[in-house]
Design a protein around this ligand. Structure first.
Ligand SMILES: NC(=O)c1ccc[n+]([C@@H]2O[C@H](COP(=O)([O-])OP(=O)(O)OC[C@H]3O[C@@H](n4cnc5c(N)ncnc54)[C@H](O)[C@@H]3O)[C@@H](O)[C@H]2O)c1
Length: 336
């Protein structure tokens, strides 16, 4: 497999490094419109091959896949070019700038019969994969709530608010784990520093069956917290991404109500069983993602983070931004 990587800023070099380390990628071609970035990568990774421009990458029949790691405003245009050139597309998150663009890219991929994978990197972490396994086995029971906190100090973005910056990760993880989509979303937030962009936001998501989700996003926190609480009818878990090894703790805790005819005799029983800390593999998520992308291209595997999941995340993000502008109004969500 030969991979092209376009965009060699902060994130692109991570894709380059992982592709070079993976024997399934024979050649790795790179391109950035900033020649200094190209020179830097050429010096850092001597094995890379440098394309003279993006069009040359598109015309090169030996390259069968291209990763786009440029700013989101360019994703749609570059993504269309990749698919139109008949190559598989690895698109950085967030999928596109708008839901409309996301749907158009999905349609183009279907028309061209082209593979499309979105790099929602967190999905490929061992911790998220372990939670998915627990959920699939039914260990948690019916899910009652999903509560996520992602706060730290900075980095203040110059062109986006805290929802655009931090929520794509959490919404993608929730979408993957719950396999259910919210029926509505509301968001409130405040811009304390730069009046144009909210630095703190709270998202509230409703689902059909009483499931509820909440996200706290904040750039102005004295401590860094990346924690998710998932409450189920059988077990509950805490996923703490700041923990070095024990990232997931599964609590066999819950309540059970024994109803009696006489309402005053209704009994609430608390269950407090074992705490389990599952073993998780220590492997870089991007490595897993790159291996999966190679499977998609070479073995026709179905992408885990496919266009449909990217569209759902975009829909939630767009609705959250709309709600924010309307002071927290509930925005209904429907899916194609
Ligand atoms: N998966 C993750 O966890 C993760 C983490 C960080 C960033 N990202 C995503 O990666 C993408 C890039 O983010 P970044 O932080 O690396 O940005 P960046 O600004 O550091 O780098 C972007 C690079 O793209 C180049 N570029 C811009 N337009 C171009 C074009 N039309 N053709 C060629 N090169 C072009 C710029 O010169 C720059 O070097 C974004 O979509 C971002 O959301 C993903």
């Amino acid at each position: 497999m030969q991979l092209g990587v376009v965009g060699l800023g902060y994130w692109g070099p991570n894709l380059v490094r992982n592709a070079l380390e993976n024997p399934r990628y024979e050649d790795v071609w790179v391109w950035d419109r900033d020649p200094q970035r190209v020179q830097l990568i050429r010096r850092q990774y001597r094995a890379v091959r440098v394309a003279s421009d993006f069009d040359e990458m598109l015309r090169n029949d030996a390259i069968n896949a291209i990763a786009v790691a440029t700013p989101v405003s360019t994703h749609f245009e570059l993504g269309c070019s990749v698919l139109n050139a008949g190559k598989a597309l690895l698109m950085e998150k967030p999928f596109t700038a708008t839901v409309r663009e996301a749907r158009a890219l999905r349609d183009l991929a279907e028309k061209k019969n082209g593979k499309l994978l979105i790099d929602h990197t967190f999905i490929y972490t061992s911790a998220v994969q372990k939670i998915k396994e627990l959920r699939r086995k039914g260990d948690l029971g019916e899910i009652y709530y999903y509560d996520s906190v992602r706060v730290n100090l900075g980095l203040f973005q110059h062109d986006a608010n805290v929802i655009s910056d931090l929520a794509p990760h959490d919404l993608a993880i929730m979408d993957y784990l719950l396999e259910q989509s919210p029926t509505s979303i509301s968001a409130v937030g405040v811009a304390h520093i730069d009046r144009r962009f909210e630095n703190i936001a709270y998202l509230h998501l409703d689902f059909d069956n009483g499931l509820v989700a909440h996200f706290h996003l904040n750039w102005l926190s004295p401590v860094k917290i990346r924690q998710t609480l998932i409450g189920g009818s059988k077990k509950m878990l805490v996923y703490d991404d700041m923990e070095a090894s024990d990232k997931i703790k599964v609590y066999d805790k819950g309540v059970q109500i024994t109803r009696k005819d006489d309402v005053y005799k209704t009994l609430i029983q608390y269950r407090s069983g074992d705490l389990c800390v599952p073993q998780i593999r220590n492997v870089e998520a991007l490595k897993v993602m790159m291996e999966h992308f190679a499977d998609c291209v070479e073995k026709d595997a179905a992408p885990i983070t496919d266009a449909a999941s990217g569209i759902r995340v975009m829909q939630m993000l767009e609705a959250a931004q709309k709600s924010l502008k309307l002071g927290g109004k509930k925005i209904p969500l429907t899916y194609e």
